[in-house]
Design a binder for this molecule. Structure first.
Ligand code: ADP
Ligand code: MG
Length: 238
């Protein structure tokens, strides 16, 4: 079954066209990476799917439902950004539960989800701390936790590891992979990092100038790039 479907999507900022007639189908449980250089439209595409931008043309479906004009909170998605976007004045637990309380989720259900999320991400000891008392890697775990606690089917990540050093990046890469294997939910993951794309993705969409150049498995893209741009960007030999 299709989890996320983007049909003939166009997005303009003023009279500048950033995405042009883009089509994309993401399967249930798939880990799809949007890979491309800075400015190619990755975040714009992700933000359109999330409902953070009004699209100029086209439609977006999530789990078969046309969500083109739905509010972000009603789309059944969780989002993790590059900057952690945690509330500094709240504890970790407060950050995890804030959205759920607003959505009217019952207290015992909130408690159950916090315990489960903290367990999966191994952040139980951090629950009463403030974001300022966490390391960068811990903050990003909490940011992932905030998406996880919402119990949604689709996770959107926008360069979640870009602010971290190389060691943490590789640790969290493993963690995110493990999370995906455990949850088996759909993940759409934006990065400009080839290694992240090759190690995480079921399929990679390589983007340039608002267009998808190639959409295929890491193996196929690495071994059979469709053009020199893709070959150069993914670092294929020859
Ligand atoms: P990426 O995430 O791949 O680095 P973006 O999706 O952020 O790229 O940006 C794609 C293009 O759209 C870039 O040329 C960028 O300058 C432009 N852009 C992004 N956001 C805006 C905006 N709010 N207003 C005008 N142009 C924007
Ligand atoms: Mg971006």
């Amino acid at each position: 079954m299709t989890s996320v479907s983007v049909k003939d999507l166009s997005l303009n900022f003023g009279n500048i066209s950033v995405l042009k007639d883009l089509n994309l189908e993401i399967a249930d449980g798939e880990f799809l990476v949007l890979l491309g250089p800075s400015g190619c439209g990755k975040s714009t595409l992700l933000n359109c799917i999330a409902g953070l931008l009004d699209i100029s043309d086209g439609q977006i479906f999530i789990k078969g439902k046309n969500v083109t004009w739905e509010e972000p909170k009603d789309r059944g998605i969780g989002m993790v950004f590059q900057s952690y976007a945690l509330y500094p004045q709240m504890t970790v637990k407060g950050n995890l539960t804030f959205g759920l309380k607003n959505a009217g989720v019952a207290n015992d259900e909130i408690e159950r989800r916090v315990v489960r999320t903290a367990d999966i991400l191994q952040i139980q000891p951090l629950l009463e701390r403030k974001p300022s008392q966490l390391s960068g890697g811990q903050r990003q775990r909490v940011a992932i936790g905030r998406a996880l606690v919402r119990d949604v089917d689709v996770f959107l990540f926008d360069e979640p590891l870009s602010n971290l050093d190389a060691k943490l990046r590789s640790e969290l890469r493993v963690e995110i992979k493990r999370l995906h294997q455990k949850l088996a939910n759909t993940m759409i993951y934006v990065t400009h990092d080839q290694i992240e794309a090759l190690t995480l993705a079921d399929r990679i969409a390589v983007m340039k100038g608002g267009l998808i150049q190639q959409l295929d498995t890491p193996h196929a893209i690495y071994n059979h790039p469709v053009n020199r741009f893709v070959a150069g960007f993914i670092g294929s030999p020859g």
